[in-house]
Design a protein around this ligand. Structure first.
Ligand code: ATP
Ligand code: MG
Length: 260
C-alpha cells in the first residue's frame, strides 16, 4: 500500500477536494483505495455521505486501538473499490493521547500495518494545523501532496508545510517525499492568468522546482458542483478539469509499481 498524505498548513487549500477527487478516480481506475479523514472538521466524511451514529468507530478508535482495524473501515455507496476511515469532531480529543503516547509520530503508520495488503493506495486528508494529528499523518506517509492556493496565503502555506516536512525528515519522524505541489484556485481571466496567481505559482516553482509543480486546479465552481452532486468532473462533461488528477495518478502508478 502506498500511503499519500494530502497536507497544507492553512485552511481552504484544497486538501479535502483533492483527497476526494483523487480517491474517486483512483478507485474507478482499479486501485483499491482507502481514504482517511484525519481532520476533526470531518468534511471528507460528510462528502462521502457517511452518517455515523455516535457509537460507531472512527479514526479516533482506530488510533487508540479500541476496535479492530476493519471495524473502523467503511465501504462507500456505489463504489466497491473505495473505503473510508471517517472522523467526527471527537477526533480532536486524540491530540493528548498522541502526545502522551511518546510514539505519536509513528502511531498511525503502525495502526495501518494490518491493512497494507488490502489496499493499493491510502489517501489521508490532513488537518490544516501543525497538530499532533498532522504529525502522525506525515509520519505514516510515503508521499506527500501539497495543495496550495495560487495566492499569497497559499504560497505561505506551502512554505510552512515544506518547513515542517524538512524538520520531521531531519529527526527521522517521516520518510515522506513530496510527490507534487498542486496549485489550487488558479485564477485566469479569459486567456490570461491573474497577476496574483502567476506570482504565487512562480514562487511555488522556486520553492520546489518546476518538476514538482502539478497542473493547476483552476478557480471554478465545477469542482464544488462535482463534489455536491457526488459525481466526477468527467461524468459532468468537464474531463479537461480532471487533468491535474490524471497527471497525479500517473505519478502514483509509477510509485506503486516500484513498491512491488
Ligand atoms: P480545510 O483546511 O478547511 O479543511 P481544505 O484545504 O480541505 O480546507 P477544501 O475544503 O478542499 O480545502 O476547499 C476549500 C473551498 O474551496 C471549499 O469550499 C471547496 O468547495 C472550494 N473549491 C473546491 N475547488 C474549487 C475550485 N476549483 N475553485 C474554487 N473553489 C473551489
Ligand atoms: Mg478540508
Amino acid at each position: 500500500m502506498l500511503t499519500i498524505a494530502i497536507a497544507s498548513l492553512s485552511g481552504g487549500q484544497g486538501k479535502t477536494t483533492a483527497s476526494l477527487m483523487l480517491g474517486r478516480l483512483l478507485s474507478r481506475q482499479g486501485y483499491p483505495t482507502l481514504l482517511i479523514d484525519a481532520d476533526p472538521q470531518h468534511n471528507l466524511t460528510t462528502y462521502m455521505d457517511l452518517e455515523l451514529q455516535a457509537n460507531q468507530p472512527t479514526l479516533l478508535e482506530f488510533l487508540k486501538k479500541s476496535v479492530s482495524a476493519e471495524d473502523s473501515i467503511y465501504p462507500s455507496a456505489g463504489n466497491d473499490n473505495l473505503f473510508l476511515i471517517p472522523a467526527d469532531d471527537q477526533l480532536d480529543t486524540v491530540q493528548d493521547y498522541l502526545s502522551n503516547s511518546g510514539v505519536g509520530a509513528t502511531l498511525l503508520k503502525r495502526r495501518l500495518e494490518p491493512v497494507t495488503e488490502a489496499f493499493k493506495v491510502c489517501i489521508i486528508d490532513a488537518p490544516p494545523q501543525r497538530s499532533q494529528i498532522c504529525l502522525t499523518v506525515l509520519g505514516a506517509a510515503d508521499a506527500l501532496i501539497i495543495p496550495a492556493e495560487a495566492s499569497v496565503k497559499g504560497y505561505g502555506s506551502l512554505v510552512r508545510t515544506l518547513d515542517l516536512l524538512r524538520n520531521l525528515q531531519d529527526v527521522g519522524a517521516t520518510e515522506a517525499q513530496v510527490l507534487g505541489v498542486l496549485p489550487f484556485r488558479d485564477r485566469w481571466i479569459g486567456n490570461s492568468q491573474t497577476q496574483e496567481s502567476r506570482a504565487a505559482v512562480t514562487g511555488m516553482c522556486e520553492e520546489v522546482g518546476e518538476e514538482l509543480i502539478l497542473p493547476s486546479i483552476r478557480e471554478s465552481e465545477r469542482y464544488k458542483q462535482a463534489i455536491n452532486r457526488r459525481s466526477t468532473l468527467s461524468d459532468m462533461g468537464y474531463t479537461e478539469l480532471e487533468y491535474p488528477f490524471e497527471v497525479l495518478i500517473e505519478k502514483i502508478s509509477k510509485l506503486t509499481k516500484k513498491q512491488k
